[in-house]
Design a protein around this ligand. Structure first.
Ligand code: 9D3
Length: 247
């Protein structure tokens, strides 16, 4: 996967991209990231990238010319590369969107600043517009980092062993249950006996039920989309009955 990121603040990215999994993915050639400073594409003497909004009002708007020039120069006629504008008005970034994006070989991300970008960027340059959630950031840079991170871990080979438990899609769409490691008793708090029992089938069932329980308690909205077995549904039905009795 190759990412081109257009930003006024390329230095913001250096730390997150130079550690851990993103660093290793780059070293192994599975990920490459090119940071492009939008300011370098401003044609005027002062490299101005923003201007006052037409119609008045406060704040500044990012000018279209440097962003169009940057995208055209970076893509150099290459077709079918999604041009993604990060903005609070975009479609919500979810795991399904991360999976969709991971199927492209190359993505271009445009990070806005100030009150936003000139509407012509959205209408005539971007092919997609994404928000990472309903809260207000100072710009698109952190959103771009979130997308790079979530997409990269989906690329083949990036997380290593394809049979590893954390790649188990069985739990997809549910919250995870509790995890424990040594010691078996920490400050009087014991690890659940079942995990020490050696009964693998019973452990698997317990973990599944803990995941279902936690999802039901904290994110019941997720259950509607989750891939549930008849046994899962029976467990949830029994939770519902217990809950009704305790009301
Ligand atoms: C007062 C109107 N504001 C919209 C809520 C203006 C505004 C605030 C912050 C316009 C842009 C921004 C900067 N945010 C982003 O560029 C951004 C963002 C976000 O703020 N939240 C979630 N996802 C994203 S992606 C890009």
């Amino acid at each position: 996967m190759h990412f081109d990121i257009l930003t006024l603040f390329p230095a913001m990215f250096r730390g997150p991209f130079e550690e851990s999994i993103l660093k290793r993915a780059q070293e192994s050639g599975r990920l490459s990231i090119a940071l492009h400073n939008i300011r370098d594409y401003a044609a005027d003497k002062h490299h101005i990238t923003d201007d006052a909004p037409y119609g008045g009002g406060g704040g500044m708007v990012m000018k279209p010319e440097p962003i169009f020039a940057a995208v055209e120069s970076v893509l150099a006629g290459e077709e079918d590369v999604p041009v993604i504008l990060l903005s609070p008005q975009g479609r919500l970034f979810t795991q399904a969107v991360a999976v969709e994006l991971s199927h492209h070989p190359r993505l271009l991300l445009i990070c806005g600043r100030y009150e936003g970008v000139d509407e012509r960027v959205r209408r005539y340059l971007a092919t997609d517009e994404i928000s990472i959630g309903d809260y207000v950031l100072t710009g698109g840079e952190l959103a771009a980092m979130v997308i790079v991170d979530a997409v990269t871990r989906l690329l083949p080979g990036v997380l290593g062993d394809p049979g590893a438990p954390y790649q188990d899609s069985h739990a997809a769409g549910l919250l995870e249950g509790p995890h424990y490691t040594r010691p078996a008793v920490f400050r009087d708090h014991a690890v659940p006996d079942i995990l020490l029992s050696g009964n693998h089938a019973a452990v698997a069932r317990w973990r599944r039920e803990q995941a279902l329980l936690r999802t039901w308690e904290r994110r019941p909205d997720l259950l509607a989309q989750a891939d549930l077995t008849p046994q899962d549904r029976a467990f949830l039905a029994q939770l519902l009955v217990k809950n009704a009795r305790s009301d």
